[in-house]
Design a protein around this ligand. Structure first.
Ligand code: G
Ligand code: G
Ligand code: NA
Ligand code: MN
Length: 254
């Protein structure tokens, strides 16, 4: 599979790198974590967007290379933040549905944690609804094993898929991440606002936390406070930061 070779080269040549987007408490603005997002800069400087290269990787074996590389890189970074006393907060890594098909997934994740020295509780895996919908028993068991080992699970892009309510009861997730399309429409559109409010209420009724992504304005933050949403992520707080931007961001937080 040619794309897997291409991804392997990109990793070797450091064309692939991670950026880290902060997440914070909606009320206190206290830092609660970072989401690691993959970026690919070609040798001529062109950026290949993740909405392009992640789906391409998912067509074949490349997703396993990309998935292990992003997990390893993010865990090493978070272990460094913890070790140096910079920040003791979890890092979130996106897990593709295809990675759940891999029978070696649990061993890989626990191996990466052991290698990095990062406690399992400082790792969150973000799964999409579509990733969970129609999963085999094996995939669900892998998630239960990861959760049992202390790894934390988050349902990403909540509201855009199909499985939501049935899946919520079967998968040990601790948070629902409300898709940015609802968050961004919320101030102008009463239906979007009702959806955000209802998802937060449902999350709390199920003892889960609610995370809003794509928060760009102070008005959106006020709405989220009114709805008692727990955590926010978005340009209002910070754009995704390169590794060496994280210490600066933390020092500005004070
Ligand atoms: O970073 P950005 O918001 O442009 O990401 C676009 C999409 O690519 C999002 O759905 C995000 O979850 C996904 N994505 C980014 N990095 C990774 C990654 O390392 N692994 C997987 N599976 N998806 C990623
Ligand atoms: O699908 P996922 O939630 O993993 O992807 C998050 C995506 O949202 C990333 O591509 C990230 O760069 C993007 N993102 C993060 N914050 C904002 C924001 O405030 N506004 C917009 N438009 N996109 C954002
Ligand atoms: Na995500
Ligand atoms: Mn999302």
């Amino acid at each position: 599979d040619g794309f897997a070779e291409r991804v392997r080269d990109a990793i070797d040549r450091q064309e692939l790198f991670l950026v880290y987007q902060p997440q914070a408490d909606v009320f206190t603005n206290r830092l609660t974590g970072f989401e690691a997002l993959s970026r690919w800069r070609l040798s001529d400087g062109t950026m290949l967007p993740p909405d392009v290269f992640v789906p391409m990787a998912e067509q074949g074996k490349a997703i396993h290379l990309l998935g292990e590389w992003s997990l390893r890189t993010a865990c090493a970074a978070a272990a460094e933040w913890q070790r140096t006393g910079m920040a003791d907060v979890p890092v979130s890594v996106n897990l593709s549905a295809r990675q759940l098909d891999d029978p070696g997934l649990v061993r890989m994740v626990l191996g990466v944690l052991a290698d990095s020295g990062l406690p399992a509780a400082n790792l969150k895996l973000e799964l999409t609804e579509t990733a969970l919908f129609g999963q085999t028993q094996n995939a669900r068991e892998a998630l239960v094993q990861l959760r049992g080992a202390g790894v934390r699970l988050v349902l990403d892009d909540f509201g855009t898929g199909w499985s939501s309510l049935a899946t919520l009861r079967r998968v040990p997730v601790e948070s629902l991440k409300i898709d940015k399309q609802f968050v961004q429409a919320m101030v102008e559109d009463r239906d979007a606002a009702a959806i955000v409010q209802a998802v937060v209420a449902m999350a709390h009724a199920l003892d889960l936390t609610a995370v809003a992504e794509g928060v760009e304005t102070p008005e959106q933050r006020l709405f989220l406070q009114a709805y008692r949403c727990d955590t926010l992520q978005g340009f209002w707080l910070s754009r995704p930061l390169p590794t060496d931007g994280v210490p600066d961001f933390l020092s500005r937080l004070g």
